[in-house]
Design a protein around this ligand. Structure first.
Ligand code: AP5
Length: 228
């Protein structure tokens, strides 16, 4: 790396704002890997690594995993060969400490943040979305009981594995996650806003309309990737 081309695009939004749902489309458009810190942490939990075992209690309560652990995990991921042209970062950074660590890492590689896509959704809508969300144990696809026609046997339409409700989608953890987002991640938005990098998209609309707005922003902000 260090070619000067390395840049990351950020997906920022509250829990349940639709980051994962939209990231599937955005990553196809950009042709770069989708790196979601929540997915990486859940993968560590499944594999029973030290990080996964440490992260479990924080995640189930709805707390953030400590900055040093998450920053190291993300930097390790950025070192992978498939990230050579950058990545779509979903759910990171969530604290100012993480944002500053990312700045240092990107500037050491001669790169930076191309755009911060902010999905704006009111808290009441977030609670409804998270309480109806089901996630596949296998491929991690997410669905909503009101949006998708799910098989009666509780299996994933994509891969046939079991659909589950995440522990942290239970009401008490959801309230905590939203409160932590407002407290810790709002300053991250301000950090990027002061550099003119934040693009707010109204996330309280049908999935396709949001996707179309995000693609318009990307065509303006990262035309090289969108065109390739
Ligand atoms: P993570 O997995 O990142 O959770 P999150 O940020 O809370 O986000 P979600 O995955 O809950 O929501 P989303 O925005 O992706 O929404 P989705 O598309 O699924 O993190 C989990 C935990 O890991 C954290 O709490 C923390 O402990 C730890 N962690 C992760 N990153 C960390 C970090 N950087 N630092 C420290 N700790 C970290 O959509 C939600 C539902 O709504 C779905 O059912 C979907 O079908 C539906 N939906 C989506 N779009 C729409 C729409 N337009 N209309 C109607 N329904 C919709």
């Amino acid at each position: 790396m260090g070619s000067g081309k390395f840049s990351v695009t950020l997906m920022i939004g509250a829990p349940g704002a639709g980051k994962g749902t939209q990231a599937r489309y955005v990553r196809e458009t950009l042709g770069i890997p989708h790196v979601a810190t929540g997915d990486l942490l859940r993968e560590h939990r499944r594999r029973g690594t030290v990080l996964g075992r440490t992260a479990r209690a924080y995640m189930d309560r709805g707390d953030l995993v400590p900055d040093d652990l998450v920053v190291k995990m993300v930097i390790d991921r950025l070192e992978q060969p498939d990230a050579a042209n950058g990545v779509l970062l979903d759910g990171f950074p969530r604290t100012l400490t993480q944002a500053q660590a990312l700045d240092v890492e990107l500037s050491a590689r001669g790169g930076g943040v191309a755009a911060a896509l902010f999905l704006d959704v009111p808290p009441g809508v977030l609670v409804r979305r998270l309480s109806g969300r089901r996630m596949c144990d296998g491929c991690q696809s997410t669905y909503h009981v009101d949006l998708h026609d799910l098989p009666a046997d509780g299996t994933c339409p994509e891969c046939g594995e079991h659909l589950v409700q995440r522990r942290d989608d239970q009401r008490s953890a959801v309230a905590r996650r939203i409160a932590i987002y407002l407290d810790q991640t709002t300053p991250v938005l301000d950090h990027y806003r002061s550099r003119g990098l934040v693009h707010r998209v109204d996330g309280n609309r049908p999935v396709e309309q949001i996707r179309s707005d995000l693609l318009c922003v990307l065509r303006r902000r990262v035309p090289a990737l969108v065109a390739s």
